[in-house]
Design a protein around this ligand. Structure first.
Ligand SMILES: Cc1ncc(COP(=O)(O)O)c(C=O)c1O
Length: 377
């Protein structure tokens, strides 16, 4: 009864871990801010719901929100307009709609390893194959262009990039971004740039791919920006020639994005991003704390991430990452095994610092106890 494509994809390692956790476990596993949405965003959602804004809207999103999103990109591209913007049910749906619009059966798509869990399954759902390209900690998680070139075949259709990265926290330098654009152009590839962690950079600076080539599709989200992951709202910015097709696919996936959530996001954008900046300030402080403390745990090695809100420490404890994550889970700490993000994540754990400082402290105590149990030094 079940299609081969459904059999070929697996439930993400992140979700699995979450679903089998003890109720009082400390969750450094899931990727969402531990903040409430800004008050202005909550108020706008409540107002919308109370004032009858509970119905379907246009499949590409409310024109006013599309316009407000386009405005954010105008500094990069004077020509961008709401016609380039499709509002989606989170970045996740933006990614799958882009994959279904761009990939043909039998295509190959370059995806980061380690990289976010949806890229390969989305390629598979679109009939294509995800081909991992390595991102190496020693290179600050900048891609190796020789390795990229080696993976290009006559079937390569696109490259997926994600800076700041989940799970590595790597941020591409402006030079890397330019080189990736040249690489994609030279090989006739589309670039799907997942920019959902845009505002969250602690070292270096964020560089959008938008405006650098007409081959770029930016996938973005309000999930992290306004800590509204459960409201499911994101957007795609795409070349004008492609946007109507992505919109068509998105229509067949979700009909339209949530109307009240869109009105809330619109109010949030109009108000400005002070709440987001305050959240990122807190993440920055936690990043310093967790990076320092993880390196004090015998057997753990952690480079402070340049962006996003994850650490990706290497361990030299016995066992594989799923075994170590399983053992930590029994001791009350939810983490994500690095290999959930690709083969090169083996030997790593992903630990989110989108958790309160007391919980980060408790997590450190569990890690110290575990290191002692396994005799690390
Ligand atoms: C890199 C990356 N892209 C996209 C998403 C999708 O987020 P959402 O669907 O909530 O916008 C996530 C969520 O964790 C992510 O980490």
């Amino acid at each position: 009864m079940v299609s081969q494509r459904a059999r070929d994809i697996e439930i993400s390692g992140i979700r699995k871990m979450f679903e089998s956790a003890p109720a009082d476990a400390i969750n450094l596993g899931l990727g969402e801010p531990d903040f409430d949405p800004p008050a202005v965003v909550i108020d706008a959602l409540c107002d919308a719901v109370r004032h009858g804004k509970n119905h379907y809207g246009p499949s590409a999103g409310l024109p006013a929100l599309r316009e407000a999103i386009a405005e954010r990109y105008r500094a990069l591209d004077a020509e961008v307009s709401r016609d380039n913007v499709i509002v989606t049910a989170g970045g996740s749906e933006g990614l799958v709609a882009s994959a279904l619009t761009l990939y043909e059966d039998g295509d190959e798509v370059l995806i980061p390893d380690p990289g976010f869990v949806l890229y390969a399954p989305h390629a598979r759902l679109a009939g294509a194959l995800g081909v991992p390209y390595p991102l190496d900690e020693e290179q600050g998680y900048q891609p190796d262009f020789d390795e990229l070139e080696k993976r290009v075949t006559g079937r390569t259709r696109a490259i997926v990039v994600n800076s700041p990265s989940n799970p590595t926290g790597g941020v591409f330098s402006p030079a890397t971004v330019d080189r990736l654009v040249s690489f994609a152009e030279a090989n006739g590839l589309a670039i799907i740039s997942d920019e959902v962690y845009e505002g969250m950079v602690y070292e270096g600076r964020f560089t959008s791919f938008w405006g650098k080539s007409d081959r770029v599709v930016v996938v973005h989200s309000f999930s992290k920006m306004f800590a509204m992951t459960g409201w499911r709202l994101g957007f795609v910015v795409a070349p004008r020639a492609l946007a109507p097709d992505i919109n068509k696919v998105s229509y067949h996936l979700i009909a339209c994005p949530s109307t009240p959530a869109q009105l809330a996001a619109l109010a949030g954008l109009a108000h400005g991003l002070d709440a987001t900046r305050a959240m990122v300030k807190e993440f920055r402080a936690r990043r310093s704390y967790i990076s320092r403390e993880l390196n004090r745990v015998p057997g753990l090695h952690c480079r402070p991430p340049a962006g996003a809100f994850y650490t990706f420490p290497k361990f030299d404890w016995p066992g594989t990452a799923p075994e170590v994550a399983g053992a930590l889970l029994k001791r009350g700490l939810i983490s994500t095994p690095g290999d959930a993000f690709g083969a090169r994540g083996a030997g790593h754990l992903r630990l989110s610092f989108a958790a309160s400082r007391p919980n980060l402290k408790r997590a450190m105590a569990i890690l110290h106890r575990y290191a002692e149990e396994v005799g690390a030094n």
